[in-house]
Ligand binder design. Sequence first.
Ligand SMILES: [Mg+2]
Length: 265
Amino acid sequence: MWSSTLVARPRGIILDLDGTVYRGGRLVAGAREAIERMRQGGHPLVFVTNAIETVAEHVDKLAGLGVVAHPDEIITSARVLVRQLQREMPGARVFVIGDPPLREQLAPYFRLSEDPGEIDVVIASVDRAFDYRKLNIAFQALRRGARFWATNADPTWPQGDGEIPDAGAIIGALEGCTGRKVEVIAGKPSPLIVEAALERLGRTARECVLIGDSLPVDIAMGQPAGMRTVLVLTGVTRREDLARAEAPPDDVVESIAEVMDRLGA
Ligand SMILES: [Mg+2]
């Protein structure tokens, strides 16, 4: 069971964005002040998100809400994917099923291809222009042995009061026709994004606290890594969901506005 034990003196803070700092286009009440207080306390922090928009777009979005963020503090699933692909498959020919910001981030480092005969890796992500042509290119490439990667595996993406299909839907389509399983997922709750966040913070997992709104995505990522975890109730998780949690958080607060009091910082 989770307890209300103080999560004392973190030396690094990992903050989810959607559902924690903002919800859709609106800042969570008190988030700006909470983040300022974290900075005043000298806590290095990073923002982690499965959204695939560019770092600059995230910095601009936060600035528009009055939150100052340095580009290095923004860790996105797309950024982690590019970094891992550079390590494992430098120079790869890549077929992307994904929205334009993802292709924009891959294009400087990899050759984007639509020829199944030469594609080394298929990348599945959220693609609001997904069609049968793209599905078939990916299918043919995967049949020929291309690697199968994804930015993230979220089944849905909250939008306003509802949801739209996310990268998990594209992964499902490719798995469904090829019988293959996605091999690498870059975003939360993958250890790859944890590694990128800790590297940026210059901290070990045990020195950090992770603050997020999703039990299966944020809390399930932080806990096995050995981080303290704090669940906020401003996003996808409701208090009644906690009873069924396989990996309960160390602490639960109504919103990010309460986090620093709870941390005793
Ligand atoms: Mg979230």
